[in-house]
Design a protein around this ligand. Structure first.
Ligand SMILES: Nc1ncnc2c1ncn2[C@@H]1O[C@H](COP(=O)(O)OP(=O)(O)OP(=O)(O)O)[C@@H](O)[C@H]1O
Length: 215
């Protein structure tokens, strides 16, 4: 599954963004399945806006987004649900966990949304690797932000995907835990021949990126 962007720019930010150079806004880009893309962007340059546009959560933009040659504006209903359940998995900056159910239930809800990609025991295996086994049966709202971030990573990896989209996924993790999470993400993407897009503020060497773009 490929992603093509043709001259996209958010309408409310058109003037602001046209004054500075960007590899993404107002450009033509093509991403093939399996590419590992880093999007480097200082705070406020539109990382979250960009992710919301390509996941069809924002509609106030000019230009065209195409997933596998299909215009995103025309993908709706069951097709949009399928795209989100089978092809694109997202780790939002604000994580979007349900605070009143357990960490495990947050992940399980995603696992059973479609024909499960993994058996239930994979939740424990991934939690063990990321050092969050002990909080799996705790309410997500009671977990620290760093723990919640690892739960959101597992939730994103438990569903099938061709593209994993991550908005500052390691912002509350220390280097050791970033290393563990990056290794698991790299393994899962390699296994599925999937691509990813990761946004962050600075340079990093967590992955062997195929492209590094400035927003
Ligand atoms: N609908 C809107 N109208 C006007 N300004 C907006 C709108 N949506 C976003 N912005 C502005 O666009 C800029 C980019 O917002 P966005 O949330 O995408 O930034 P970000 O790069 O993800 O920032 P951070 O790293 O701080 O989360 C911000 O200055 C924000 O205030």
């Amino acid at each position: 599954m490929q992603l093509e962007l043709k001259q996209i720019v958010p309408i409310p930010l058109k003037d602001k963004f046209s004054k500075r150079g960007s590899d993404i806004w107002n450009n033509n880009l093509h991403f093939s399945k399996g590419e590992w893309i880093k999007i480097k962007a200082p705070s406020g340059t539109g990382k979250t806006t960009f992710i919301h546009i390509i996941y069809k959560l924002r509609h106030d933009y000019e230009g065209t987004v195409l997933w596998s040659n299909n215009e995103l504006t025309k993908i709706a209903g069951d097709d949009l649900a399928q795209l989100r359940q089978k092809n694109i998995s997202v780790i939002f900056q604000d994580l979007r966990l349900f605070p009143n159910v357990t960490a495990r239930e947050n992940i399980e809800l995603k696992r059973v949304l479609q024909t499960p990609f993994y058996e239930k025991n994979m939740i424990d295996a991934m939690a063990e690797r990321l050092g969050v086994s002990h909080i799996l049966d705790q309410r997500a709202g009671l977990c620290s932000y760093g723990e919640q971030q690892r739960i959101a990573i597992i939730r994103a990896l438990i569903q099938p995907f061709d593209w994993l989209i991550m908005d500052e996924p390691f912002s509350h993790l220390d280097q050791e835990n970033i290393g563990k999470a990056a290794a698991l993400i790299a393994e899962e993407c390699t296994k599925r021949k999937a691509g990813f897009m990761l946004t962050d503020l600075d340079e990093d060497s967590h992955f062997k990126y195929t492209k590094v773009l400035n927003l």
